[in-house]
Write a protein that binds this ligand. Structure first.
Ligand code: GRF
Length: 200
């Protein structure tokens, strides 16, 4: 399979979305580095098992968000990556980072945006009592969980759902949607026009 682009994956936690990307043989992208803000992130061990280089950039506090984002950007470019895939990365990136990788940062969020942005999207959906929630993959802009929407999948909320059960069903969709989007992006099939994203 021909590799179209090099990507950096940023992850803070379990890394099941990273694993889904690793396991996709026709991704059209090479993961050249996995970067985390947490040295104990399971995502880093998944990368190491797959022979992907890893880096840790420790969170330096919100007063130093730009410095943190610059250090991340340097690691990403140093690894030769052209694009950034956020897979459960729990830090907000500074505007300098967004400008540096404009329209080249993807994020996955466990709700149908613009509903329930921010942390605890699943808890918010349950508390609100929605019957349908889901997954959104979007480009990252200066606002949290706000950039142009690339793809969405709906997931019904069932009467006996708790956070864990609902998240598990959302993750099933994430693990097929994110590789699909990254593949299309890598092949140049995704075009951003203002807030609208077109699939060619
Ligand atoms: C996912 O549910 C994703 O939508 C959210 O964080 C979670 C990361 O899960 N942004 P994992 O670490 O990939 O398992």
């Amino acid at each position: 399979m021909e590799v179209e682009i090099n990507i950096a994956v940023l992850a803070s936690g379990k890394g099941t979305n990273l694993q889904a990307l690793i396991d996709t043989s026709d991704l059209g992208a090479k993961i050249t580095v996995v970067v985390s803000d947490r040295p104990d992130a399971m995502a880093l061990s998944r990368a190491t098992t797959a022979d992907i280089p890893t880096r840790v950039v420790a969170w330096s506090g919100s007063a130093r968000r730009e410095q943190f984002s610059d250090a991340l950007g340097d690691e990403i470019e140093g690894a030769g990556a052209d694009a950034v895939v956020l897979a459960g990365f729990m830090r907000v990136l500074g505007p300098g980072f967004v400008a540096r990788f404009r329209d080249r940062i993807l994020n996955i969020h466990p709700s149908l945006l613009p509903s329930f942005p921010g942390a605890n999207a699943i808890g918010q959906a349950l508390e609100h009592g929605v019957k349908l929630t889901g997954v959104t993959v979007h480009f990252v802009d200066e606002e949290v969980d706000h950039g142009p929407i690339i793809a969405q999948r709906a997931v019904p909320v069932l009467p006996d759902d708790d956070r864990e059960r609902l998240h598990a069903r959302i993750q099933v969709e994430e693990h097929s949607l994110y590789p699909e989007v990254v593949r299309a992006f890598s092949n140049g099939e995704i075009v951003v026009e203002g807030r609208t994203v077109r699939w060619r």
